[in-house]
Design a protein around this ligand. Sequence first.
Ligand code: 6PG
Length: 232
Amino acid sequence: MKLTICKDAYQTCIRVAEKLAVLGAKGGTVALSGGSTPKLLFKIMREQGAERWEKLKFFWGDERIVPAESPESNYGEFYRELVASGIVPAENVFQSPYYPDTAEVLKDTALKIERSVPHSDGLPRFDLILLGVGEDGHTASVFPDNLASFNSEKALEVVKHPASGQKRITLTGSAINNAAEVLFLCTGESKSYILYQVICNRDPRLPATHVRPVKGVLRWYLDEAAVGNINY
Ligand code: 6PG
């Protein structure tokens, strides 16, 4: 596990953009995290222009099962920042489309991954999976109340947010831990407690604790606020 600590969220996202650009130089598949943290990364990617990202294929580690126009949509955020602006071509973006029938969402997403992500050991092997950590220790959309979904033999599961009941599709731990590289991007003081529980205490009740790429590299990109007064 490799830890990179930067002064603030902007510098942390700059470093993550550099990681993406290294992969972009040769091309590859990236599963993005959702939520609010990556929004700054997307802005930086837009500032840096199209060339760095043109060989990358973008997927999501998880998606809320809502229309793309919804402010809740992880794809929607990326689309508004990077596709609508012409920075990332639409043909390189593989979102989970919205259907009222979640079985259709699962089928469509699985087919896109099947066709566009190289596989090993019967599972997709993303070149890079970007993850965040929720304050409850969830990652992607694997929540503490449904740790079983982390260990599913399948690459994708449809789950529910424990509080809102919102339906989501998520990569499972089987797919996450099959990646060549997993990169946690966490910023802000609100994450310092849960990061201590995941990184230092390795609390087994927390899904993020179980992210351990079998044949890949695990990296953490944190800002000083997320580190807090912990001496990693
Ligand atoms: C999602 C995410 C989720 C996110 C964490 C952190 O769809 O919400 O994929 O796992 O990464 O909840 O979210 P923030 O970046 O908003 O803190």
